[in-house]
Design a protein around this ligand. Structure first.
Ligand SMILES: Nc1ncnc2c1ncn2[C@@H]1O[C@H](COP(=O)(O)OP(=O)(O)OP(=O)(O)O)[C@@H](O)[C@H]1O
Length: 646
């Protein structure tokens, strides 16, 4: 069992990506939004891309729509009525939304005709007609109000479902073995992926809901009211309205383009600003000790200014669009009277008495005005469309980086114990064969590295900072690739046979029970209260039981407050003691512990006959190992055996 592949920079692949190269072509033609001095994003180093309402937006939108209308199994098409299909596709909710929207429009139509009927019965003083008409009118108005409320409710459900399906899809693509790490550490990692997933998808869902609500049935309404308008004004009425709409559309299309870019960079600044506050909370103690509040205050102010500048750019660029849309809307009402006036002045209705004429004017102006209103709504959606394009760009970029990373991972035969990619290697040892590791910056970390780690070995890796100690473990875990050579891992190894403890303890949001069992929490297997007490005793954390009251009480950030860094590292050791792996990999996992705790835990591991691979700068733990690997930081290394091996 082995993996061996040339180290190829993910950036190379990403740069070859079609969408990205298309963007680069556009970059040369379009001016950029200024986004200076972003403090904490890798994006600061990168050339800024331009985002617009263009072919790339359509590609991204198409991809997201495919996710919403996809079938997840061969048996169930996206339009199937099965529970699974209904859960995984938005199709039926979309149909219900459209149906309610059509029903409400029919009610609006009759409500719109009401004034002309009132004019008729009132001007002819028809009391029985008036009383007959008033009851259906009240029912109609209530019906329209109920329809509108239901439509708004369905819109919210629609938006929620879009959010759920898209977020689940991004989670499926993003949070999986090796992809998560590769995306986050990729040189082309998208800025603030957390914000893109947690916020931008929600905003995208909301914008899409608005567009569906107002645009999807618009063609049918436009066709119907065109016909009605034509019937009363002849071809000239619709002709004028259509001309008016075309001018409005061209104008708003021109005004949308710069907004999409501005929305993208506003969201980027928003993410950076939020990240700054997350870090303030996370490192409050370090900041307080170093009296860094003034500096942090200045940075927060700078970040806020950048955010507000970008927000201002969006507001500024939306002003002409709003102006154009509002003018279009107000001039529309004048246009409708102009169109209604044409047949009146042409003498078409000369034979009608005043009450009939007022009824005709009311009805005709409703048809014309509603047609113009529909066009106005379409034009107004341009603002939503520009937002949608900005959010689609931010979500699309995350998916594109994931695709590139997955492509890279697909082209290499990565072995990871948890994945169980097996071959003919049937030894029980880990074998490094002529391994060469090169850092992403191109620095040679180790070359021609050979080492056998049997399941009775205890190996400590020493070396100066940056010499590649952790990188060897990354390669062992399949996170980094060997540029030459291979690493063989026992065939029968299971995920639980390999427990990795990093220097910075990773404490999950959850109960102590879940903390110990991480990452293999399952309902079928659990750690009993007696076992937990025994484990806490072994890592000298028995007092924790009093602090948390119950082993199932859930905590989040409180873990960091309840336990000192050394205690957190001790808590991490319960994972090794519980799972009893064949190999425990400790990357400076005892760096914050006092000497007594450290030696106590190493003694326990020795008693349990667990093979250890340690990285440490503490000399006192060297005695617990039988092999010492020393990296010189220049690609060379040596292996020494200690007295323990004899
Ligand atoms: N994700 C990464 N992206 C780019 N370079 C990295 C990354 N991780 C590590 N490196 C580089 O690889 C080199 C080796 O890093 P590594 O973490 O293996 O050092 P180390 O020997 O474990 O150091 P220390 O003793 O400080 O923990 C360093 O120069 C570092 O800059």
């Amino acid at each position: 069992m082995w993996y061996s592949y040339p180290f190829r920079s993910i950036a190379t692949l990403i740069n070859n990506n079609n969408i990205h190269s298309e963007q680069q072509q556009e970059e040369e033609q379009e001016p950029m939004i200024d986004l200076t001095s972003q403090q904490h994003s890798s994006s600061t180093q990168k050339k800024k891309s331009h985002y617009s309402f263009d072919r790339i937006f359509l590609k991204r939108l198409y991809r997201l729509l495919q996710v919403l209308f996809r079938s997840t199994s061969n048996q169930d098409r996206f339009y199937s009525l099965s529970l699974k299909a209904r859960q995984n596709s938005i199709f039926w909710l979309y149909i219900a939304f459209i149906t309610i929207s059509c029903g409400t429009e029919i009610l609006y139509y009759y409500v719109g005709l009401m004034p002309s009927r009132f004019y008729g019965v009132l001007s002819s003083k028809d009391l029985p007609g008036f009383t007959r008409f008033i009851i259906p009118c009240i029912i109609l108005v209530f019906g329209a109000a109920a329809g509108k409320s239901l439509l708004s409710f369905m819109g919210e459900l629609f938006s929620l479902k879009i959010r759920r399906l898209l977020t689940q899809y991004v989670h499926d693509c993003y949070i999986k073995p090796k992809t998560l790490y590769s995306v986050v550490t990729s040189p082309n990692a998208p800025d603030n992926p957390d914000q893109r997933i947690a916020q931008d998808i929600d905003k995208f869902a909301d914008a899409l809901k608005g567009i569906v609500e107002n645009l999807i049935i618009a063609p049918f309404l436009v066709a119907y009211y065109t016909w009605k308008c034509w019937a009363v004004t002849g071809f000239l009425g619709p002709f004028m309205i259509y001309g008016y709409f075309i001018v409005g559309s061209i104008l708003s299309q021109m005004l949308i383009r710069p907004i999409v870019n501005a929305v993208f960079y506003k969201e980027l600044a928003e993410g950076n600003f939020r990240f700054l506050h997350v870090r303030l909370r996370q490192f409050a103690e370090a900041i307080a000790f170093s009296r860094g509040e003034c500096e942090e205050h200045t940075r927060a102010k700078e970040s806020l200014n950048i955010l507000l500048d970008n927000q201002r750019k969006v507001v500024n660029r939306e002003l002409p669009l709003h102006l154009s849309n509002e003018s279009f809307s107000y001039f529309g009402s004048i246009l409708s009277y102009l169109i209604v006036a044409m047949p009146i002045f042409a003498g078409t209705f000369d034979d009608k008495d005043p009450s009939e004429l007022s009824e005709i004017i009311s009805k005709n102006s409703f048809f014309c005005m509603y047609l113009i209103f529909r066009f106005t709504v379409i034009i107004e959606q341009s603002v939503k469309l520009s937002d949608l394009a900005g959010y689609a760009a931010r979500i699309g970029e995350v998916l594109e980086v994931i695709d590139d990373v997955d492509d890279e991972l697909d082209h290499i035969s990565v072995y990871h114990p948890i994945m169980g990619d097996l071959d003919d290697y049937d030894s029980s040892s880990i074998l490094f064969e002529n391994v060469e590791l090169i850092s992403p910056q191109g620095k040679q970390l180790v070359s021609n590295f050979n080492l056998e780690i049997s399941n009775t070995d205890r190996v400590v890796i020493l070396g100066p900072n940056g010499s590649g100690k952790s990188s060897l473990l990354r390669a062992l875990a399949g996170l980094w690739h060997c540029s030459t050579g291979r690493i063989r891992i026992p065939k029968d190894i299971l995920g639980k046979d390999f427990v990795f403890l990093p220097q910075i303890p990773y404490l999950i949001d959850g109960s102590l029970r879940e903390q110990i069992m991480y990452p293999y929490n399952s309902s079928s297997m659990t750690v009993s209260d007696i076992q937990i007490r025994e484990l806490l005793h072994q890592v000298q954390l028995s007092h924790l039981e009093e602090m948390i009251q119950s082993f199932d009480a859930r905590f989040g950030e409180e873990w960091q407050k309840m336990l000192s860094p050394g205690e957190q590292q001790r808590l991490m050791f319960t994972r090794i003691l519980y799972w009893k792996p064949r190999f425990a990999v400790l990357d400076e996992a005892t760096s914050a512990m006092d000497t007594n705790s450290e030696t106590h835990l190493y003694n326990i591991l020795n008693d349990m006959n667990i093979s250890i691979i340690s990285i440490s700068h503490h000399v006192n733990i060297i005695d617990y190992h039988n092999k010492i690997v020393t990296l010189d930081g220049l690609g060379g290394y040596k292996v020494d055996e200690t007295s323990l091996s004899k």
